[in-house]
Write a protein that binds this ligand. Structure first.
Ligand code: CA
Length: 505
């Protein structure tokens, strides 16, 4: 019998993991009636012209002609469903059932409480924000000294990181879209992994003024160093080290405590996807996401351009008209942003996608949406906004890995799960990143970079649910400090890339 993958119980097609020659038994009692290439769709029953083809539990299109059971459905046989316009999206009808958290899975984690914070930290890190790129050189020297001279004295603190970025000056600070980079930086330094400690290194003449980053009660010499007020380089370094030591002393008092998963905020992202991503790593992570949401955790998924063409399915999972309305306004904003830049908004499948069995944009997009599982969507965030709801949240961000990473950190994630097919050594300094491969080949090649292999689903050694439970357990172990993902172990940290849709001056 061939190895086949069926993602959703409602699906009336299955996908063979390897080429399935005519006569291959696809499911018990059903043989393929023609050669079916790897990753292409096999009809599970006799389908007539006009019938719906269902994969990922959604209608990919209607058949342009009859296809008997065991037959091949390729891209020429599918008529795309009518795309509803953005003004008239359905909502609240399509969320999957909550199966609850199986009793054998952990329902708590060991995290760091943060005063006045909805979420707890998974790490204990001193994060030093900059208000402009001009100070980065000085801060980098200071951080090296902090790491070697101070950090060893405070063993309960995991790390110190400079939150360097390219924003702060030379930007159109009063342009309407500047709200995005400004709130991203303001919220980023409030990530729960920084324990509520505020420390900013400023230059003194930048456009991003301290009152834009800080509340009035925070904007004082306890939290802010202005380099133009320091008497030379040595005084700058001394000032940073002196403030850092005070903050480290406080952070060193923090201890992990057992917390309910209501205190955990997890981000999901993919990068370097391949034909297997939508059938292995993404649905397995989606299953883990459903488990997290069942257990009370908050999960953010993002990447507008990855989900734009399936927006009606996301809208269908929104818990209220208001949430659906915000989802649609985010999509419209992104459409107009791309249009201004002369970019194509559609993620039409490439010839390579089609050869791999992805018939149309719906099928390609559903493979990406699969990482969000099937839970109802309980909130939508604009880029860089802090999360204020619990459950599954769509945080509208670009798909670029570092931009999405920075924005999810600003929104409040304290751990990220990253699905990859082609492979990337991506990592974040501010939160642990668990990397999930879509193929066993990649895990074998990058055994000390990939944390979880979801290629087992395509190999037939695990189901989506089993791989999903494994990812769930690793999320809890990582959040609790019992497991350090490879990116954290080797400190493979990418730069913070701020999303600035406003003009650069
Ligand atoms: Ca990405």
């Amino acid at each position: 019998m061939a190895l086949i993958i069926k993602v959703n119980d409602r699906d009336n097609v299955v996908i063979p993991v390897q080429d399935a020659p005519a006569g291959t038994e696809a499911v018990p009692g059903l043989k393929t009636i023609q050669d079916i290439p790897q990753g292409h769709k096999i009809a599970l029953n006799d389908l007539k012209k006009g019938d719906e083809v269902i994969r990922y539990g959604v209608v990919l299109g209607r058949l342009a002609r009859d296809v008997p059971a065991g037959g091949h459905i390729d891209e020429h046989m599918l008529v795309l469903p009518e795309m509803p316009d953005l003004e008239n999206m359905p909502w609240g009808r399509a969320a999957g059932p909550d199966h609850g958290l199986p009793a054998n899975l952990p329902s708590a984690f060991e995290g760091y409480e943060v005063p006045d914070s909805r979420f707890a930290g998974t790490r204990n890190i001193l994060g030093i924000m900059t208000s402009v790129q001009c100070v980065a050189g000085v801060l980098n020297v200071a951080v090296q000294k902090i790491k070697t001279e101070l950090l060893p004295k405070y063993p309960a603190v995991d790390d110190v990181t400079a939150l360097n970025h390219s924003y702060g000056c030379g930007c159109a600070i009063s342009a309407p879209d500047s709200v995005i980079p400004i709130r991203t930086l303001k919220n980023l330094m409030r990530n729960p992994n920084f324990g509520g400690e505020i420390m900013v290194v400023a230059l003194g003449c930048e456009k991003l003024s301290l009152d834009m980053l800080l509340e009035p009660h925070e904007n004082n010499p306890e939290n802010v160093i202005v380099l133009q007020k320091q008497a030379g380089f040595k005084a700058m370094i001394d000032a940073v080290l002196s403030m850092a030591e005070k903050k480290l002393r406080k952070l060193n008092e923090r201890r992990r405590v057992t917390l309910p998963l209501e205190k955990l905020c997890v981000g999901l992202q993919c990068g370097g996807s391949d034909a297997f991503s939508g059938i292995t790593a993404n649905p397995a992570s989606g299953y883990a996401s459903d488990l997290l949401v069942s257990a009370g955790a908050t999960v953010l998924f993002s990447e507008v351009s990855e989900v734009r063409d399936g927006v009606q399915f996301l809208s269908g999972r929104c818990g209220s008209a208001e949430i659906a309305g915000k989802l649609l306004s985010e999509m419209k904003w992104y459409d107009s942003y791309l249009e201004r830049g002369g970019a194509d908004i559609s993620a039409n499948p490439s010839p390579g996608n089609k050869a791999g069995g992805l018939s149309n944009i719906m099928e390609k997009t559903m493979g990406s949406i699969a990482k969000s599982g099937s839970a109802p969507i309980s909130g939508v965030l604009s880029a860089g906004e802090r999360v204020s709801q619990r459950g599954l949240i769509f945080a509208a961000t670009p798909a670029g890995d570092f931009v999405c990473g920075a924005l999810q950190l600003a929104s409040g994630i304290t751990i990220q799960v990253f699905m990859t097919g082609r492979g990337t050594p991506y990592g974040l300094a501010a939160a642990p990143v668990i990397k999930v491969s879509s193929r066993t080949d990649l895990k074998n090649l990058w055994d000390d970079i990939i944390d979880v292999n979801a290629g087992t689903i395509a190999d037939g050694t695990e189901t989506i649910q089993q791989a999903g439970e494994r990812i769930y357990r690793l999320i809890i172990d990582t959040a609790s400090g019992r497991y350090a993902p490879f990116a954290e172990k080797y400190r493979l940290y990418n730069d913070i890339c701020v999303f600035d849709p406003a003009p650069v001056t």
